[in-house]
Design a protein around this ligand. Structure first.
Ligand code: KG4
Ligand code: ZN
Length: 366
């Protein structure tokens, strides 16, 4: 079964054709992230205008080599997301469903993220647990699924490929949002996650006395090396998260610095390192807590922040025995229509095109 997926919930415009929920036949994404860089974040109006311009070229490219007769159904993200952005995809999908006389499947963007690991790719299973041959490369169920993106940080129990139960989520900012806001405080461009990850690599864990001597303003460097940020809710009983306090803590610490120090690349590196450590410590702790509580066979991480190498490194080092870790390759972590189509394969509930509506605050607590 070939499903044409359409995604436009945030600043990307995507169209993809996926066969049987796993084989990507085409996957085209246009992003307006570069346009948002000068504002330090997404400007909804700018995103929607860009999506209106991109949707037909993106669809045309995704359909290259295919005709409408090859397509069995259309899947479209109906929420959650920005209303102007969602409308672009939703109205396009409705038009196609009407004109082509195809069933249309509404998709929840956040739930769809986790189906990125169902798509065929060359990534190995981490570390090496034996896969059920029946499931091919599907994760072993039950699984804990962490969806961690710019708008969401949600933990789910996946009993099988169709049965999903929400366990907890962020009470305020999402992890990706926290990366983005902290990056902005440090003067780094949008999107902040990859920027912070790159700067964090330049941090120096421990200074030797020679290094300290060679630093121009050694006292400031030593102090910055000792930055310690909170790990919000890490010991809390629930499987919820809270990241807004972290951004405030970064602001408080950063404001203690002089203007020169604020532009010191080593200090930015130390801050980036500690921000990344704090966010990933919390994500790892909560995911492992859910894993133990629900006695699952695998962990699935998806969403833009799943591309964070430090997160996958920490998790793979602390996996309980017998539990495998599945993370999509970076291109399938960030927004695209490929997993919108994959999700729709497993949740085939087509509805009349007239009933499809963009729903910005669509609940993710299933
Ligand atoms: O899933 P996504 O593309 O869009 C949403 O649905 O939100 O996620 C975007 C988020 C941004 O906040 C971005 O900073 C973050 O994912 N991100 C990362 C990395 N790559 C993208 N965060 C940390 N480390 C990364 N390598
Ligand atoms: Zn997303």
């Amino acid at each position: 079964m070939k499903i044409l997926g359409i995604e436009s919930s945030c600043d990307e415009t995507g169209a993809a054709i996926v066969q049987d929920g796993k084989t990507i036949l085409s996957n085209v994404v246009a992003s307006s992230a570069a346009m948002h860089q000068k504002y330090g974040g997404i400007v909804p109006e700018v995103a929607a205008r860009k999506q209106l311009e991109s949707i037909i070229p993106v669809l045309t490219e995704a359909m290259h080599g295919f005709s409408k007769d090859d397509i069995d159904a259309i899947a479209v993200t109906v929420g959650p997301g920005l209303i102007g952005s969602l409308l672009v995809g939703v109205e396009t999908a409705k038009t196609l469903a009407f004109a082509w006389k195809k069933p249309i499947i509404p998709v929840n963007h956040v739930l769809a993220h986790m189906y990125a690991v169902f798509l065929e790719n060359d990534q190995p299973v981490i570390p090496n647990s034996v896969q059920d041959p029946k499931h091919d490369k599907l994760p072993k169920f039950p699984a804990i699924s962490l969806v961690v993106s710019g708008g969401h940080t949600e933990l789910y129990l996946m009993k099988d490929e169709k049965t999903i139960k929400w366990l907890g989520g962020t009470l305020d900012d999402a992890a990706g949002e926290c990366f983005d806001k902290c990056a902005r405080l440090l003067g780094l461009p949008y999107p902040g996650g990859p920027q912070i990850a790159a700067k964090a690599e330049k941090h120096i864990p421990h200074y030797s006395s020679n290094e300290v001597k060679s630093l121009l303003n050694s006292s400031s460097h030593i102090r910055s090396n000792n930055i310690r940020l909170p790990r919000p809710m890490i010991d809390d009983e629930s499987l919820n998260f809270s990241f807004s306090g972290l951004k405030t803590a970064v602001l408080r610490e950063f404001n203690k610095l002089s203007d020169d120090q604020k532009h010191d690349s080593l200090i930015i590196a130390q801050f980036s390192h500690e921000i990344q450590e704090s966010i990933t410590d919390v994500l790892v702790a909560k995911t492992l807590k859910a894993t133990t509580e629900h006695n699952v066979n695998s962990i699935i991480i998806s969403g833009g922040v799943a591309a964070n190498k430090r997160l996958s490194h920490k998790l793979s080092r602390s996996l309980p025995s017998g539990v495998s870790l599945r993370i999509p390759p970076p291109l399938l972590c960030v927004d695209s229509a490929s997993y919108i189509a994959a999700y729709a394969f497993y949740h085939q509930k087509p509805i009349d095109w007239k009933q499809i509506t963009a729903t910005p605050h669509l609940s993710v607590e299933v």
